[in-house]
Design a protein around this ligand. Structure first.
Ligand code: AHR
Length: 328
């Protein structure tokens, strides 16, 4: 389908939607009018952990047929397999979908794909993860502010360790924008603060098993370790298991802070296994739908759309969050 025909169809969808809105009076803005569904190619990560499950389900729920969309979900072969994502991206361009959503398994290596979509005049919207490419090649990136979230972890850490601490960082999968951004934010918070002794940093690939095994080794060599910044919940929960296995008490001997805010992390916080959990809000399907509709209607969209969240800094806060249904 040529771009002009696709544009006319899309405008017809949005126009019909507007007519439906007018006729129906109180309908929501995303109900489809007459005519085709908006086809959305979702180049996703796939099964990776609690945050990913919540986020990708929220996106699929938001881009429902009832809302006027035909979402084609393309998870990566595994959470670090960029080739399968690039292949899925190319297929969506070839199939002339109306818009592509991309959560990248790798920050680099996307220029050719993004240029292909631009030549086909298919807008691309980044979800969660950024990419190392000109922002002329995509409409927007929708995500919580990783730098700010990690800076808030660091600010909390400096408040509980006013004289500094020996610490270790469990990083996510290497090469990801969010890993670099979380390091940037945490480092900014402790910059200039005395007494902060970085024992080291290593990827635990977002998993509890690797978080546990890394910290088991670290504690053997550094029994006086005081603080662990785990860049996601699963790695932090694994670290807590290692602290306990070493005969130490999480929250007393070693404090652990994590990012995401999944239910298991809030439960671990309530139980004293974790000491701080920064929410990395996965629920931004509505923001994504709004950005898609604006992009397809030729309206301007901010290059960065920040998803707000909150922090949980005590066992009581963890329990209160669970009671309020804030886990996922
Ligand atoms: O990109 C977001 C990160 O990816 C989440 O913090 C982590 O849990 C997921 O694996």
């Amino acid at each position: 389908m040529t771009h002009n025909k696709r544009t006319l169809r899309i405008l017809g969808f949005i126009g019909a939607g507007a007519i439906a809105l007018g006729l129906a009076g109180c309908s929501t803005g995303t109900e489809s009018g007459e005519g085709d569904l908006i086809t959305v190619g979702f180049v996703a990560v796939g099964p990776e952990g609690g945050w990913r499950d919540a986020n990708e389900q929220a996106i699929q729920d938001a881009f429902s047929e009832e809302a006027g969309f035909d979402l084609k979900y393309a998870p990566a072969a595994n959470p670090t397999d960029q080739k399968s994502q690039i292949d899925a991206f190319a297929t969506f361009v070839n199939d002339e979908v109306d818009v592509i959503l991309l959560t990248a398994t790798e920050a680099s290596g996307w220029e050719d794909s993004l240029e292909l979509a631009q030549e086909a005049e298919i807008p691309v919207i980044l979800l969660d993860r950024g990419v190392d490419a000109s922002d002329d090649l995509y409409v927007t990136r929708i995500a919580p502010d990783n730098v700010k979230v990690a800076e808030e972890v660091g600010n909390w850490a400096t408040s509980v360790y006013p004289d500094g601490a020996s610490y270790y960082v469990l990083e996510g999968v290497p090469g990801l924008s969010v890993v670099n951004e979380r390091n940037e934010g945490f480092d900014a918070a402790i910059a200039g603060k005395d007494g902060w002794d970085k024992i080291g940093a290593q990827t635990a690939n977002w998993t509890a098993d690797e978080g546990k095994s890394v910290i088991e080794t670290v504690l053997k060599e550094n029994p006086g370790l005081q603080f662990i910044f785990a860049q996601n919940d699963e790695m932090g929960i694994g670290a807590a298991a290692a602290v306990t296995a070493a005969g130490l008490t999480p929250g007393t001997d070693v404090k652990i802070a994590t990012i995401d805010g999944t239910t298991p992390a809030l439960e671990a916080l309530a139980a004293g296994q974790l000491s701080f959990v920064a929410q990395y809000n996965p629920f931004f399907g509505d923001l994504a739908v709004d950005a898609v509709k604006k992009a397809l209607a030729g309206e301007s969209v901010d290059k960065t759309i920040i998803v707000p969240g909150e922090n949980f800094d005590s066992a009581e806060a963890g329990q209160a969050a669970l009671d309020a249904g804030k886990g996922f």
